[in-house]
Design a protein around this ligand. Structure first.
Ligand code: ADP
Length: 406
């Protein structure tokens, strides 16, 4: 089955055409093409590449994610991938499934309406996907099935002690306030790949997965499901990120509103787009740049990196306690996959309970999958480069097969 996977970020649309069937092992899928529409809303940059290395590149006005999706379909059509022998389904990543969507769901008008109704929970995150979904539906005119795969779904069954906030029950119920958690596809990928490479039974592994990219989160996994995760009602909670503050005292918002004489939305913007690595360093949200600046003596960059690593380390410790111990900690995401020094600093000093990093292994593991702990470490450490597109393709295929069998 050939599946087009569409993954919308705030100003990007990434896509892949993935071929797989129900027996394809995770990580063995075939990629027929991929691409990126960048800087949506401004002068967009379009880059598409086929499996054979044929390239298409262009700069054009791309007003929104709908227009970006249209360009993708046009390109696929020019390659003969629309119609007989071409793509058979489309899988869309949707960040927020709220309380309604607990599994991948075939898209119809009712589903689009329900995702639309969740706008109040995640306007920044769901709007781009909705635009791409609507355009795809118009273009495809019901000829091909489409599936929505939700980033929140993996965390839906967290125990109440993890998913609830200690706020008045009436307010929580009335306004659907809970810790939803995000990055579900990334955490599930790391978990399922770990079980696969170590030949362990999915339902029996206990893990802490750590996704460190521009957005960062950690998840505690037990019994095949997420039992706690660091992002909450929105993706602002938890770890320090590229431009997001992660946890702060909620009083800070009112305090800044009063002292700076601005609206709450302005402070929320500061916490989402001007904080984290960027805010502390005053330089950049890019970890590579900060490590370089640190080595040249920049003290603010050094503090940003130190805080980042410290907070990840604290979160891993908390989840190892919450899980009553785990067999492995997995690193993924741009930083987690590519930065041996950051991994080394996060894991430093954890040998006392058996989390022992092997620096030689760590230094050779950039962008590839493998173990970076010593052979006798009680808690293994792995790097597993995350492939969300593959999870979306697999989930979409599974959902359609299930639907077909009903
Ligand atoms: P997103 O969450 O937007 O998908 P990525 O997973 O691509 O982001 O991660 C982006 C982060 O990864 C940036 O901070 C970038 O600096 C960092 N990164 C990428 N390669 C390296 C590297 N070799 N060393 C350190 N950080 C890296």
């Amino acid at each position: 089955m050939k599946i087009l996977v569409i993954n919308c970020g705030s100003s990007t649309l990434k896509f892949q055409v993935i071929e797989l069937d129900e027996n394809t092992p995770l990580g063995r899928e075939r990629r027929l093409g991929h691409g990126l529409v960048d800087r949506i809303g401004r002068r967009g940059e379009i880059k598409f590449v086929t499996e054979n290395g044929e390239r298409f590149q262009e700069t054009a006005e791309i007003a929104d994610h709908g227009m970006a999706a249209r360009r993708v379909f046009e390109w696929l059509k020019s390659l003969g991938l629309m119609g007989q022998g071409g793509i058979e389904a489309v899988g869309h990543r949707v960040v927020h499934g709220g309380h309604r969507f607990i599994e991948p769901t075939q898209i119809d008008d009712g589903v689009i309406g329900a995702i639309e109704a969740l706008r109040f929970l995640a306007p920044l995150h769901n709007d781009p996907s909705l635009k791409a979904i609507r355009t795809a539906r118009t273009i495809l005119d019901d000829v091909l099935p489409m599936v929505a795969v939700f980033d929140t779904a993996f965390h839906v069954n967290m125990p109440k002690r993890s998913s609830h906030y200690a706020i008045p029950r009436e307010l929580a119920v009335k306004h659907h306030i809970r810790r939803y958690g995000f990055h579900g596809l990334a955490h599930r990928y790391m978990f399922e790949r770990y079980a696969m490479i170590t030949k362990k039974v999915l339902e029996k592994v206990k893990l802490v997965t750590v996704q460190l990219g521009n957005g960062c989160s950690a998840t505690a996994i037990n019994g095949g499901r997420s039992v706690d995760t660091s992002m909450g009602f929105t993706p602002l909670e938890g770890l320090m990120m590229g431009t997001r503050s992660g946890d702060v005292d909620p009083h800070l918002i009112g305090y800044l509103v009063n002292l700076e004489g601005v609206d709450i939305s302005e402070v929320e913007k500061w916490l989402n787009t001007k904080s984290g690595l960027l805010g502390v360093s005053g330089l950049s949200q890019d970890m590579r740049e900060l490590l370089r600046a640190e080595s040249e003596g920049d003290k603010n960059a050094a503090l940003a990196v130190e805080m980042f690593c410290y907070r990840v380390k604290k979160q891993i410790g908390a989840y190892l306690a919450a899980l009553d111990g785990a067999e492995a900690v997995i690193f993924g995401g741009g930083i987690g996959e590519n930065s041996p020094p950051v991994r080394s600093r996060i894991c430093a000093g954890m040998q006392w309970f058996g989390m022992d990093i092997d620096e030689n292994r760590n230094n050779t593991m950039t962008g590839i999958e493998g173990k970076i702990s010593t052979d006798d470490a009680k808690v293994e450490i792995y790097v597993i480069p995350v492939d969300e597109a593959v999870m979306i393709a697999r989930d979409s295929g599974d959902c359609l097969r299930k639907h077909h069998l009903k």
